[in-house]
Design a protein. Structure first.
Length: 442
């Protein structure tokens, strides 16, 4: 274990110098869509340990394969990194970055189990003079109230005096090849002035866009949690508008296009809001607000709208099918896309499944195609067998996720797999197809 720092009190927390001179290693715990890019970026500059509890994922990464399908094989080249699922390999590190998921449970409450499990692992190998930086999205106060006491308990070391802690929220956007890790300003923080500077300098090694230093860990936590909460509320507003305009028989896409001609109009669009960020983070903030006796009315209202959007869209489509005198249990629907957003393979917390389940409750046959999703994962998670090609004719075709593979589909294609009177529903309004019957989907 790297305890050499205990004998050099004058340089006890001079972590930056030790990292760049490779006298100690940097470890990243959790190698998902957030952790792996961070680990590989640092491995271009430093000696890194990439840690994940799943050995199957470790073997893929050792072979230069990103399990999240976000990074090309070339991203692994020229990296000083050791991938491992063994706790003992973490003992060689002095700077730990925790980048594990922070989901919600079945009651939509924060589930800190992955975060606390990773924190406990760090505590088991923590040495005097080490740094721990959390990147997982949490409510303000979580790092100091939940994680640090656990680190002290497991390690037997004293916070600040014997080890330092910081928070630097992840800002990686899955599927986005433009706003990558190095191109996004990094928010950093530390438990005191010296640690804040050491942590900021360390991240400046890999972030070309620069680093924004905050005054405290809580400020950094709060900055992250409002990013996705703000987007969630704005999308919820557009979803509600689309419901209103649907009742009025007004095309929502045209309304947004007209309103966008004003310079300060915010360009948000209706849609299904799922995934493990926007669909989750607001619950962390509302949970913490409740502990302080505040009911987060706007946040909770926005979540309620977005959580129910999949079912709402399905209900509107079912009404349209019925209005055309089609028998529901003899109707066939093709859904294009089941991932939680465009151009990713991640199916976690996808709201497309809410729409599918609603159709199935009417005994409507639903076929699903998605070139990005794993057939095995979809079958395991949702019990749905993906179709590799359409099996026409279909009464309804729904473009649920705007993958690049779907953007070039034209009306002739849809007619070729339709029944001559097929409803085409473009949820994100990206195909410019005029006969979409659902205003809320435009």
């Amino acid at each position: 274990m790297s305890r050499y720092l205990t004998t050099r009190n004058s340089k006890l927390f001079n972590m930056y110098e030790d990292l760049i001179n490779k006298r100690t290693k940097l470890a990243v715990l959790g190698l998902g869509y957030v952790g792996l890019p961070i680990a590989l970026a640092f491995a271009k500059k430093l000696s890194v340990v990439g840690f994940d509890i799943r050995e199957d994922r470790i073997q893929m990464m050792k072979n230069g394969v990103d399990p999240s399908n976000e990074l090309p094989a070339g991203a692994f080249e020229g990296c000083d990194i050791h991938f491992s699922s063994q706790l003992t390999d973490l003992e060689d590190a002095g700077f730990y970055i925790v980048a594990v998921p922070t989901p919600i449970d079945d009651h939509k409450l924060p589930d800190l189990n992955p975060l606390l499990s990773a924190t406990e692992l760090v505590g088991q190998v923590l040495s005097e003079g080490n740094y721990v930086v959390f990147e997982s999205t949490v409510y303000p106060g979580c790092t100091e109230e939940d994680c640090i006491p656990l680190l002290e308990k497991v390690s037997g070391l004293k916070y600040i005096r014997q080890f330092k802690v910081g928070f630097s929220p992840e800002r990686i956007n899955p599927g986005d090849k433009k706003h990558t890790l190095s191109k996004i300003i990094k928010v950093t923080s530390g438990c005191d002035e010296s640690s804040a500077e050491e942590i900021a300098k360390t991240y400046e090694l890999i972030v070309e866009a620069g680093v924004h230093r905050t005054s405290s860990i809580k400020v950094a936590e709060a900055a992250k949690i409002i990013e996705n909460t703000q987007r969630d509320i704005n999308i919820a507003f557009m979803n509600e508008l689309s419901m209103i305009f649907n009742c009025m028989d007004i095309n929502t896409s045209e309304v947004i296009e007209a309103a966008s001609t004003k310079w300060n109009f915010l360009n948000f669009y209706p849609g299904l809001v799922g995934g493990h960020c926007i669909g989750v983070d607001p619950y962390y903030l509302s949970y913490k607000a409740k502990q302080y006796g505040h009911h987060a009315q706007i946040i909770n209202a926005g979540r309620a709208i977005n959580d129910n959007m999949g079912s709402y869209v399905a209900e509107q489509i079912v009404k349209k099918i019925s209005s055309l005198d089609k028998e529901l249990n003899h109707s066939r629907i093709l859904v294009l896309g089941i991932t939680f957003k465009e151009n990713v393979s991640d199916i976690r917390n996808s709201k497309v499944i809410d729409m599918i389940r609603e159709f199935q409750s009417f005994r409507i046959r639903v076929d699903v195609m998605d070139p990005r999703a794993s057939s095995n994962e979809v079958k395991s998670e949702y019990g749905i067998a993906l179709h590799q090609k359409p099996e026409p004719p279909y009464d309804v075709i729904i473009v649920a996720v705007n993958h690049d593979e779907f953007l070039n589909l034209n009306e002739d294609y849809f007619k070729s797999i339709g029944n001559g009177n097929t409803l085409i529903v473009d949820i994100k309004g990206v195909l410019k197809i005029n006969n979409s019957p659902i205003g809320a989907c435009k």
